[in-house]
Design a protein around this ligand. Structure first.
Ligand code: ATP
Length: 456
């Protein structure tokens, strides 16, 4: 059953504070006062984000066949964006308020607040004086060449997909691929968003995970349906609460210029249902456009019918930062244990930045030596860390807040009988296990958390 109100303990503010406090995400250029809605990922954030990307790559490359990789340039030939429709159409309508100088998206005023009278929408306050809406292109411009006036004007890519279409011919000729096959890419994209905000939700510089699946036209509808389901299942598999996830087909009036059918995978954030990922049936729009604008034949020869055709494309397009935010929101929890408040991230073990932390109970009596040896053994196989600073309670809290699923404590008994305790982040149970069996135990638990042996 899905509702329309998020009822969990997370808020965007609490998460941003936790991320900052624990070295997951910092506001960028902090010492200069920050640049709006721009963030730097700290150590644990990089590990978390890498895991999100790795799980996506597992789904593309290891759990199925027929998808290959690409890492294309951020700056492509400027005609790319004429052909793709971005120069003419990648814009949002913008309105300014002459009174408070604030800027709004004209198509999203119902989610905005008047600067002077926050109980009102922009335009409804007594002093509001909104301009007419004008179209604002979201692409960042820059120039190639040392002298701006003489340089060529180019754009930072607003999506990774076009780099894939530009390489389609290379994959046909060099990689000898024939539809159906997919090209997957993860990389940075840039959009000069009018209203960035909500922490990692809407950024001007962000990462995308996109895959273009090329199919003969008569297979496109089935491929579209399969990809919608596969992408929804991916979020569920990595722990998203089912009642907070839904697939929403676009109405005819919402479809992008290139799409004949699109469904969004949406997540119920504390700020409402919002898009995590779009799966679009793009038809042959992109290949046809690039064929016409470049003059290069991008058709495929079908030996059965002895005809040439343009493949159709199904595209699952996800945001790394947005998925990371959803996993953070969804895993955030607060509870009271023995009269004390505990905050934790119940992250899926295959997403957690650190799989296990090794803790000597005290820094004496032979415990640090054993703990360091165990740490060195585990470190070679898994993302683990060693923590010996502060009381053990504090160290548990620190690991809970970065979502470490298991904490291994070396105590007095370890010195006597070579056993350690393994504390489970979620249930708080402590199992005593032989020192020599810890690595296998962790690897088994990771494997059983996905039913698949994923790449770390
Ligand atoms: P929105 O409607 O939220 O602006 P969109 O429909 O323009 O998103 P797409 O062009 O389909 O987004 O991009 C694919 C995915 O890239 C989105 O589902 C989202 O996860 C991510 N994405 C897009 N814009 C941003 C952004 N400004 N910040 C963070 N992630 C983004």
């Amino acid at each position: 059953m899905s509702t329309d109100v998020y009822e969990g303990p997370a808020t965007i503010e609490k998460l941003a504070a936790l991320c900052r406090r624990r070295g997951i995400v910092f506001p960028a250029s902090d010492i200069y006062g920050g640049v709006g809605s721009t963030f730097d990922y700290g150590h644990y954030g990089v590990l978390l984000k890498n895991n999100v990307k790795q799980r996506w790559l597992d789904a593309m490359l290891r759990e199925r066949d027929g998808i290959v990789l690409l890492d294309s340039a951020i700056i492509q030939h400027p005609r790319t964006w004429e052909a793709s429709g971005h120069v003419a159409g990648f814009s949002d309508p913008l309105v300014d308020c002459r009174t408070c100088k604030k800027r709004y998206r004209a198509d999203d005023l119902e989610h905005a607040r008047c600067e002077r009278k926050p109980s009102k929408l922009p335009g409804q306050g007594p002093e509001c004086d909104l301009t007419d809406a004008r179209e604002f292109n979201l692409m960042f411009k820059t120039t190639i060449g040392p002298v701006a006036e003489a340089g060529t004007e180019v754009f930072l890519r607003p999506e990774t997909a076009q780099g894939i279409f530009l390489n389609f011919r290379n994959y046909m000729n060099v990689m000898r691929r024939r539809p159906p096959f997919g090209i997957a890419q993860i990389g940075k994209s840039f959009r000069n968003e009018i209203t960035p905000g909500n922490f990692l939700f809407r950024l001007r510089e962000f990462e995308q995970m996109e895959m273009e699946y090329f199919v003969p036209p008569d297979g496109a509808q089935q491929a579209f349906e399969e990809w919608v389901e596969a992408r929804r299942d991916w979020y569920l598999r990595y722990g998203i609460e089912p009642s907070r996830l839904r697939v929403r087909p676009h109405g005819a009036d919402e479809l992008s210029h290139y799409s004949t059918q699109t469904s969004d995978v949406e997540y119920l954030f504390p700020i409402g249902w919002l898009e995590l990922e779009g799966i679009a049936h793009r038809g042959d729009f992109d290949l046809r456009q690039h064929m016409e604008h470049s003059g290069v034949d991008l058709r495929v020869f079908d030996p059965d019918t002895e005809t040439h055709y343009l493949p159709h494309v199904v595209e699952p397009a996800a945001g790394v930062d947005r998925a990371t935010l959803a996993f953070l929101v969804d895993s955030y929890d607060e509870e009271e244990v023995a009269g004390r408040q505990r905050t934790l991230l119940r992250l899926h073990p295959m997403l957690a930045p650190v799989t296990a932390a090794v803790l000597p109970l005290v820094n004496k009596d032979g415990m640090p030596e054993i703990a360091e040896r165990l740490y060195a053994e585990l470190r070679a196989a898994l993302p683990v860390e060693y923590d010996d600073s502060g009381s053990v309670g504090r160290r548990y809290r620190r690991q809970d807040e970065i979502g470490t699923p298991w904490t291994i404590t070396v105590d007095g008994q370890t010195v006597e009988d070579e056993t350690v305790t393994v504390r489970d982040r979620d249930s708080l149970t402590q199992d005593r296990v032989p020192l020599g069996g810890v690595r296998e135990l962790l690897e088994d638990r990771l494997r059983s958390s996905t039913g698949f042996s994923p790449a770390r």
